[in-house]
Ligand binder design. Structure first.
Ligand code: G1P
Length: 178
């Protein structure tokens, strides 16, 4: 990429690319079988180790300054607990989302008591749907490792979070942005 950009009209981007490359280490892992989001995250367990980490589902585009993940990392620094981004959804959309329930725990925060993957509208515990940004404590791996197949026969991150919140506090965050 650097080679292709050098000498082109996009050369000014090189400085920014190099800045990022010098600040971060990039590693990747592959999920060879399609066994669900929980299973996908498990393929990163050895890379992540015993640290908190973020999950970004790249098909959810979220826009705000500061960025939504930055907002969530700041909250993590304060609470040292997992933070899950949520937004208000129309009741008929519940089959497309993980849906949460809980008790208010501060501005934009809910301490979660329940999370259900893609419920029927009649069984949705609220109108707060999960979007694809999570900051998770490494304890989540114990809960993913203990999973049985859930919705769609897949190993669901949602089910692991439902199990995690019985061990430690997990917060839903009504993010700022669109
Ligand atoms: C995944 C999660 C779901 C969440 C959604 C957000 O579902 O399983 O809980 O609400 O991402 O985009 P997917 O859309 O990958 O089926």
């Amino acid at each position: 990429l650097e080679d292709q950009i050098a000498g082109s009209d996009k050369e000014s981007y090189l400085k920014e690319i190099r800045l990022i490359m010098n600040q971060a280490v990039f590693s990747y892992t592959r999920q060879i079988e399609m066994k669900g989001l929980g299973h996908a995250i498990l393929t990163g367990e050895t890379l992540i180790g015993d640290q908190p980490f973020a999950v970004v589902l790249a098909d959810d585009l979220l826009d705000h300054q500061p960025g939504v993940l930055k907002q969530m990392v700041d909250l993590y620094e304060r609470h040292h607990s997992s933070i899950i981004a949520v937004e208000t959804i129309a009741p008929e959309q519940s089959r497309s989302y993980g849906v949460i329930a809980g008790t208010p725990a501060g501005e934009r925060l809910t301490q979660m008591s329940q999370i259900v993957e893609k419920p029927d509208p009649a069984h949705a515990p609220s109108n707060q749907g999960v979007v694809g940004r999570y900051v998770l404590t490494p304890r989540i791996f114990d809960h993913i490792n203990a999973l049985q197949p859930g919705a769609g026969g897949e190993y669901q991150l949602t089910d692991a979070i439902q199990s995690l919140l019985q061990q430690e506090a997990v917060y839903a965050y009504a993010y700022q942005g669109k």
